[in-house]
Design a protein around this ligand. Structure first.
Ligand code: NBP
Length: 475
């Protein structure tokens, strides 16, 4: 008997993905560099389905039905290149080599180009949902050719999470599109987590609520428009008491947030594309700031501000600020996907991305249905903020949003996510921006020219000459 699909790399993700295939009735070939992991999988879970264990790459490849479909689930980076180099000579034209790790989309583009020359379909697949998602149904973001998706897609859709019967898996676009979208997904996740953390901080320090009281606030929010996996787990975390000390668990954890790098990748890519993902960038920088223990130590005695305690009912205003800032963060993330899609000719369906994030992944939420609806109503909408529903909600909540930002600033509570999202909103809304002054400054010191609002063309003012005459510049 031959396997329909194979998984090499049986770490937590690969192992659970292989079990997910087997549980769905697919004969699955399994292989790991160190064969102890393969043996352990067979011993513990071999009864769950049709596993075909392999000791060597050659044995593994020989057990796959043609065209072969194999998924690499190893540590992203050099390990992935090493595994590709090992397998490419064993495959034939038409075979599909999938990378399910967290690869950088530029690496995926490079690998796809190289393998395409050998006739091998290289498919970079973003997989979200962690260990449990891999086993029970992740959100899957496959890139690669449409031809590869035609035979691989149905299997991936089968094992993906489902929401209202719709699989959280859709062909994103060619080459690195899947890993690009997965990267932005993670960036949005950073922003979402930062905003939730700011809401908690304001309720704790500004309104003086205890973690237990904030748990109740988050539980209430989770039955409204903020309903999401992240809000749900936040309530769980806040309700938890440290067994050793009896203190709220959140108070015991060192306040330094770490990062694996996908948030940073998102911001780096956004800088290259010129897309202002300020919410994601603030979230990445806020984690960096938290980790700068020495600088924080040196600054601890700096004067701050204190204000009167906020009423507990202020929680309603915080909900509005959190919601509005969240809309901004998602709007920015989707802008980045659109920009990437244009840059690399990926033709990504933005509404479909919202659809496949509704289940399986960390940012899963009903909220994504609203984004899907917004793109359904107008696939070319320049920003989600101008969607009629989101615009109406923000317009209703914007006074509260401003109040919360002011309240945080007055009390010296850092809320970079809330504040920068609001600045972004006001920046987009502004009829005139001081960018006009910046452009004039650039022309003054560097003759960088400017455009006028009353005539076509580019102009330069001779600032050094009397009367400062203006000249039209042919470019
Ligand atoms: P790890 O990232 O810890 O990778 C462990 C696996 O990589 C083991 O099977 C190991 O084999 C194999 N490996 C390494 Br390391 N170098 C290798 C090489 N040169 N040749 C062959 N195999 C090699 O496992 P993971 O946490 O399951 O993650 C797998 C991928 O999925 C990563 O890219 C990760 O970023 C991504 N991902 C993870 C999550 C998550 O929540 N953990 C979520 C989404 C995506 P060995 O047993 O012989 O050492």
């Amino acid at each position: 008997q031959q396997a329909v699909i194979g998984v090499t790399g049986l770490g937590v993700m690969g192992r659970n993905l292989a079990r997910n295939f087997a549980r769905h009735g697919y004969p699955v070939a399994v292989h790991n560099r160190t064969s102890a992991k393969t043996t352990a999988l067979m011993e513990e879970f071999g009864h769950e389905g049709d596993f075909i264990p392999a000791e060597t790459p050659a044995e593994f490849v020989a057990s796959l039905a043609r065209p072969r479909k194999m998924i690499i689930m190893v540590k992203a980076g050099l390990s992935t290149d090493a595994v590709i180099d090992e397998y490419a000579p064993l495959l034939e034209p038409g075979d599909i080599l999938v990378d399910g790790g967290n690869a950088h989309y530029a690496d995926t583009r490079r690998r796809e180009r190289t393998l395409r020359e050998l006739g091998i379909h290289f498919v970079g697949v973003g997989i979200s949902g962690g260990e449990q998602g891999a086993l029970e149904g992740p959100s899957i973001m496959p890139g690669g050719s449409a031809e590869a998706y035609a035979s691989l897609g149905p299997i991936l859709e089968d094992i993906a999470a489902k929401v209202d019967g719709v699989p959280c898996c859709a062909h994103v676009g060619p080459d690195g599109a899947g890993h690009f979208v997965k990267m932005v997904h993670n960036g949005i996740e950073y922003a979402d987590m930062q905003l939730i953390a700011e809401a908690y901080d304001i309720l704790r320090k500004g309104a003086g609520l205890s973690p237990a009281e904030i748990t109740e606030v988050f539980r209430t929010w989770n039955s409204g428009r903020l309903e999401s996996y992240l809000i749900e787990i936040t309530a769980e975390v806040l309700a938890h008491t440290d067994a050793a000390t009896g203190r709220p668990f959140v108070d015991v954890v060192l306040d330094q947030a770490e990062q694996k790098g996908t948030g940073r990748w998102t911001v780096q890519a956004a800088l290259d594309l010129g897309v202002p993902v300020t919410g994601i960038a603030e979230a990445v920088f806020a984690r960096s700031l938290s980790g700068h223990a020495a600088v924080r130590g040196a600054a601890r005695e700096l004067p701050g501000a204190s204000g009167a305690g906020l009423e507990a009912s202020f929680a309603d205003a915080v909900e509005q600020a959190l919601y509005a800032s969240k809309v901004v963060a998602y709007a920015q993330g989707f802008d980045q996907i659109r920009a990437g899609s244009e840059q690399y000719d990926w033709n990504i369906d933005l509404g479909a991305m919202a659809t496949i994030w509704r289940g399986g992944c960390i940012i899963r939420a009903h909220f994504l249905d609203r984004i899907r609806a917004a793109y359904q109503a107008d696939p070319a909408t320049p920003t989600l903020l101008s969607d009629a529903n989101f615009a109406a909600e923000i317009s209703k909540g914007q006074d509260a949003w401003r109040e919360v930002v002011v309240a945080a600033i007055r009390r010296g509570i850092p809320a970079p996510g809330f504040a920068s999202s609001l600045a972004y909103y006001d920046g987009l809304r502004a009829e005139r921006l001081p960018a006009a002054l910046i452009q004039a400054q650039r022309d003054f010191f560097g003759a960088h020219t400017y455009r006028r609002d009353d005539r076509e063309g580019f102009y330069h003012t001779h600032w050094e000459l009397p009367g400062r005459p203006e000249a039209r510049i042919d470019v």
